[in-house]
Design a protein around this ligand. Structure first.
Ligand SMILES: Nc1ncnc2c1ncn2[C@@H]1O[C@H](COP(=O)(O)OP(=O)(O)OP(=O)(O)O)[C@@H](O)[C@H]1O
Ligand SMILES: [Mg+2]
Length: 255
């Protein structure tokens, strides 16, 4: 087992944003995490990456207990993530942003640059290497986040709404990129409201509602699950999801 979370709870005061959630991730999985706004997806995600310290529960990576490791320590082991709201270093170039990821594995500038250029080639952004990051629009920023994460050479990549705010065409390109990343041997967890993305990429889907898992299974299983339809999809959207129609549920990028 690559990644395992056991009984994760995250409380903010008396409110449990995540309430006793568990998940296992095997090498080669693409796990989709869906649910309404405020369901606790990002909070759960942040407990896996160490950006938030869980109130209770354990996180294991390749059998090792990483619950008390900070995000950097988890990244060194091979856990990378993107943020729902891109964390772009505005004053730097695109290349320099990706080099920040590469510096996790090397302290040599030239080596970090070579690696970052390789990643930019791979994600189709090499032409923008010297552009200031602040000149990028939403699709560019989302892709830059993925590039920076890839530069850390992860075993597991967690994408938090990496496609929110993209046009249908841009979503297709991003799906292709995720497929390419997966083919290269990286295991993925994707939080996404765009059902088309979940239906075409996820091998397994976990559904969150009010901090708890209410369903888990194949994309088809969860989209026909009455509890999931009631809590999240609604009947019309469930039909659309089953037909792979591009539908984005309940808004896009927010914090
Ligand atoms: N730092 C915090 N302090 C207090 N409450 C928080 C904090 N972070 C998140 N919450 C609350 O926890 C709940 C879960 O939020 P979370 O961001 O995990 O939801 P989400 O499923 O990612 O939603 P979305 O689809 O909108 O991104 C929400 O009610 C949110 O307001
Ligand atoms: Mg979120």
């Amino acid at each position: 087992m690559l990644l395992e979370a056991r009984g994760i709870t995250k409380a903010f005061g008396s409110f449990k944003a995540v309430d006793d959630a568990s998940v296992t991730l095997e090498q080669g999985d693409i796990l989709g995490l869906i649910g309404p706004n405020g369901a606790g997806k990002s909070t759960f995600f942040n407990c896996l990456t160490g950006d938030l310290q869980a109130t209770a529960g354990r996180v294991l990576f390749e059998g090792r207990d990483i619950t008390d490791l900070p995000p950097e320590g988890r990244a060194e082991l091979g856990l990378a993530r993107t943020f729902q709201v891109p964390q772009t270093f505005e004053g730097m170039t695109v290349l320099e942003n990706v080099m920040i990821g590469a510096f996790l594995r090397t302290s040599h500038r030239a080596e970090a640059e070579t690696k970052a250029r390789g990643v930019l080639e791979r994600v189709g952004m090499i032409r923008l290497a010297d552009a200031p990051a602040r000149s990028l629009g939403t699709p560019g920023r989302k892709r830059l986040e993925i590039a920076r994460a890839l530069a850390t050479e992860p075993k597991v990549l967690l994408l938090d709404e990496a496609m929110a705010g993209l046009t249908a065409r841009e979503v297709q390109l991003a799906i292709d990129l995720v497929r390419d990343i997966h083919r290269s041997g990286i295991t993925l967890v994707i939080v996404e409201h765009i059902m088309e993305v979940i239906m075409s990429l996820a091998s397994r889907v976990m559904v969150f509602h009010q901090g708890k898992e209410i369903a888990c299974g194949s994309p088809r299983e969860v989209t026909s699950n009455p509890a999931v339809i009631a809590a999240y999809l609604g009947t019309r959207a469930a039909k659309a999801a089953a037909g792979h129609a591009p539908i984005e549920l309940m808004g896009g990028p927010n914090t």
